[in-house]
Design a protein around this ligand. Structure first.
Ligand SMILES: Nc1ncnc2c1ncn2[C@@H]1O[C@H](COP(=O)(O)OP(=O)(O)OP(=O)(O)O)[C@@H](O)[C@H]1O
Length: 309
């Protein structure tokens, strides 16, 4: 069975708990990743993301709970169609870039020719064509990371697990790597991505989980998480006087610009009708949501406040 044949969800984690000695770092964590989706695995430093991925891949023995890929506990021999970019990068540093890539390509079942041509094309794409014959340890950290991402995706895995794939990249290279990951997604791969870059999440992820202190704080589509924290706001440019209404709360109102928080069940049409009916001249009207970054700071900020108690 290949990973792609799995009955949904592709990844199933239920009541996962992880203790290291006396310390519990993940407690009662449950979530699913569906085949074909890109899933953002988010959370503050030390919240248990890498630990969860390691337990999912059998590197750690979970203290309790179920961690399944394709309906069963992961075993290394199932890994042919799985690409894992670990947080700690590790390739043979004393070998030449192209040789390392071809070596791993062969391990992943590619022919030597395919591994070589794929790697050359990839190195060209990521601006490292002139480094093909250079020893890996002569490359910068970001350049080495590009090579490692190439090794991770070269056999077009069905499931890609990426632990901070763009960590340490400048904005141009980050965008390039996001493009490459997006291509894998569009080609049908399921992607689990740990990242602290919320704009990457908003661009790529279908659903997310936000971990805090080893447990889920928010879980769902980006829009659902946004709804959960702050929800939708209406930004209004107007002339006239805003009427009091059961349909919304006026959050901010100055110089003909207002922010309205709609009441449960109120929608744009109803609010606009109410405003226009009351003689307000609406110049502009837009819906806006709390950004993931704002939500992250909200959740993470609480943690600091708690720590200070
Ligand atoms: N092998 C280990 N032994 C003991 N404690 C560990 C071990 N691995 C991780 N931890 C602890 O578990 C907690 C969670 O670590 P983890 O690496 O999973 O966090 P993370 O969410 O991936 O963080 P970051 O965003 O900083 O990478 C941390 O407090 C860490 O010190």
């Amino acid at each position: 069975m290949t990973l792609g044949d799995a009955v949904e969800p592709l990844v199933h984690i239920k009541n996962f708990r992880m203790d290291f000695g006396e310390t519990t770092v993940v407690k009662d964590l449950s979530f699913d990743v569906r085949a074909g989706e890109t899933f953002g695995f988010l959370g503050s430093n030390g919240s248990g993301k890498t630990t969860t991925l390691r337990a999912l891949l059998g590197i750690y023995q979970p203290t309790a709970g179920t961690l399944h890929i394709g309906g069963k506990v992961f075993e290394p021999r199932d890994g042919a169609r799985l690409g894992y970019l670990p947080e700690e990068r590790g390739l043979y540093k004393k070998e030449a870039v192209l040789d390392v890539m071809v070596y791993f390509g062969r391990l992943k079942g590619l022919t030597k020719h395919k591994a070589r041509t794929w790697s050359q094309t990839y190195l060209e794409r990521v601006g490292l064509a002139d480094k093909a014959a250079v020893r890996l340890d002569k490359l910068s950290g970001g350049q080495q990371q590009k090579v490692q991402l190439g090794v991770t995706i070269m056999n077009d895995p069905d499931l890609l697990i990426l632990d901070e794939p763009t960590k340490g990249f400048d904005p141009v290279n980050r965008r390039l790597l996001m493009d490459i990951i997006e291509e894998q997604k569009l080609a049908g791969a399921t992607v689990i991505m740990v990242t602290h870059q919320m704009e990457e999440v908003e661009r790529l992820c279908d659903r997310v989980i936000l971990l805090k202190d080893g447990t889920s704080r928010a879980y769902g589509t980006v829009a659902e998480v946004q709804d959960q924290f702050g929800g939708t706001m209406y930004r209004l440019g107007y002339e006239g006087v805003l009427p009091a209404s059961d349909l919304y709360d006026v959050v901010r109102d100055a110089d003909g610009q207002a922010e309205l928080a709609p009441a449960a069940g109120a929608d744009e049409t109803a609010v606009l009708r109410e405003l226009i009916g009351a003689g307000v001249a609406v110049r502009s009207f837009a819906t806006a949501r709390a950004s993931l970054e704002e939500i992250f700071i909200q959740v993470y900020g609480e943690q600091h406040e708690m720590a200070e108690v």
